[in-house]
Design a protein around this ligand. Structure first.
Ligand code: ZN
Length: 264
């Protein structure tokens, strides 16, 4: 079972918790960074758990925009180009802000996203995109303009026609455990063939357990199986078939080794 998007560095006692999750059926996780300090921490965790922890390098778009943020993004990109890419499975988490800004977005936010999209193309790495709701359409346009071939729209939330365009462009979408309670998430997942879907938790960011958001909880990567179960019910397929396919999609997109194969 692969969690394709989890912020491992944000969990307290991450090493201990990860050891426990690995004993309970998790085989690997893709862990995007939010800034350069986050990336450094994830590289250490990846060295401690080889073949299990796969970091990505990026600067999260939902943070205060300052010239220093741009400098940080340029610094991370330089490190990736100077050989750091060998330690990465992707570029991310990058994108356009939705919760902290409105379209057409700060020029620095757009510049940082374009910088990382070009980096992904040049280094032949997939891009983990945070661009929800209003931001999704513009992000899709930028990816296509810049020639990004492999990308996943993480925690897909977009107007239906934009989700359909993302699928038609051949990009992936990842589903969180909120698919268990949010009708919208299930309906958007229908826009994608099974081969373009991934499962993620985005932990430790809280997940809704009820459609009105009245009850939330902190997910662990083990919640990935909730996504498998919900999608299996929706597609009328056995849970194992869904789990195998979604794991395979993650391995393929991020170039993960066969040793991450299902242990369900
Ligand atoms: Zn995230």
């Amino acid at each position: 079972m692969i969690d394709s998007h989890c912020h491992l560095d944000l969990y307290p006692a991450a090493e201990d918790q990860l050891s426990s999750w690995l004993k309970q059926g998790l085989t690997a996780l893709v862990t995007p960074s939010t800034d350069s300090a986050s990336l450094q921490r994830l590289l250490v965790l990846a060295r401690h758990f080889p073949g299990r922890v796969f970091p990505a390098a990026g600067v999260h778009p939902e943070q205060p925009v300052t010239p220093q943020l741009l400098e940080q993004a340029q610094q991370v990109a330089r490190w990736v180009r100077q050989g750091g890419s060998r330690q990465l499975c992707a570029i991310g988490e990058v994108g356009l802000p939705c919760y902290s800004q409105e379209p057409p977005y700060h020029p620095i936010s757009r510049e940082i996203f374009a910088l990382f999209a070009r980096l992904a193309v040049d280094c032949d790495l997939p891009l983990i995109v945070h661009a929800v709701h209003d931001a999704a359409a513009l992000a899709l346009e930028l990816l296509q303009q810049l020639g990004v071939r492999r990308a996943v729209f993480h925690w897909l939330k977009a107007p239906r026609e934009v989700a359909q365009a993302i699928a038609a462009a051949g990009y992936c979408a990842s589903l969180t455990p909120e698919i268990c309670c949010m009708q919208r998430d299930g309906q958007l997942s229908d826009c994608f063939p099974l081969t373009q879907l991934l499962a993620e938790t985005d932990g430790p960011y809280p997940q809704r357990l009820t459609a009105d958001g009245g009850i939330e909880d902190t997910p662990t990567p083990l919640w990935t199986m909730r996504v498998h179960r919900a999608l299996a019910a929706r597609r009328h397929l056995p849970e194992q078939v869904i789990a195998r396919q979604l794991d395979q999609n993650a391995r393929q997109l991020f170039g993960l080794p066969a040793s991450c194969a299902d242990k369900i």
